[in-house]
Design a protein around this ligand. Sequence first.
Ligand code: PSU
Ligand code: MN
Length: 304
Amino acid sequence: MPLLHPSPEIRDALQTGLPVVALESTIITHGLPWPRNAQTALSVEQAVRDAGAIPATIAVTNGKIRVGLSRQEIEILAQKPDVAKLSRADLAACMAMGGTGSTTVAATMICAARAGITVFATGGIGGVHRGAAETFDISADLTELSQTPVTVVCAGAKAILDLPKTLETLETLGVPVIAFGQDAFPAFWSADSGLPAPLRMDCPARIALAHRMRAALGLPGGQLVVNPIPQDAEIPRETLEPLIAAAQSEADAQGITGKAVTPFLLRRISEMTDGASLSANVALIHANARLAARIAIAAVSDDA
Ligand code: PSU
Ligand code: MN
């Protein structure tokens, strides 16, 4: 029973050593509203192609891990109600039940690594939630980064999280956190979180080399590349902070927990900013897709 079902384009690309960038699907089902989600998923794929690499959007449909969804499949997934949000814990169970689910950063990393894809672009990873000392809500994305060898390009952890605790946890887990082209750790909708990034690199080829070095040393796990949102798309931290706090209070008051927290906060912040946070979200995903393509190109040229 084959576990992975790559599209013909992705199978050929991987066999011939072309650069491939994995893309997740939870952003489609839980991160952005219809029709913006489908438009963004397709335009992000185009951004990867324009930068010279091949996009592979990953999801589970009817129990099968699909690597490289078609345009039509993306549009169907984007409109499907109540799709499961799959992480490490429930990926195999969903497959066993013949179910359909979108893959989070953690689950996308697992599928990408199995397929032989080493570079993955997303918006923002999950992390340590505010109030985690009480709720213990820490995204499985963090532990995944410590065990699965994929370089994940994001715009930092979402600013709805507790960023200092997220960075501490990544350090404990031995995950390299590399800011691209700046010293500060970015905060998703804002380029600067006010916290320094543990590492900085200015060149995609170095990032690809560091990935190979980890493997050569026998270290498990991947790397987190944090790419600041482009300046013209940024929302200042001061503007967002009170809105994030308000959205978090609403979530607490309504008893929102577990997997529902991140989608709830993203939706409320988009409503509170009249969609400005959504436009910023779309812009940063595009920027991450372009950088991931450059890293993937460097990675395959090193291999040659
Ligand atoms: N990035 C975005 N929007 C999202 C996500 C990432 O710009 O919706 C998703 C990712 O799939 C990530 C998940 O893995 O949110 C984190 O969810 P949680 O906090 O429940 O682990
Ligand atoms: Mn969580």
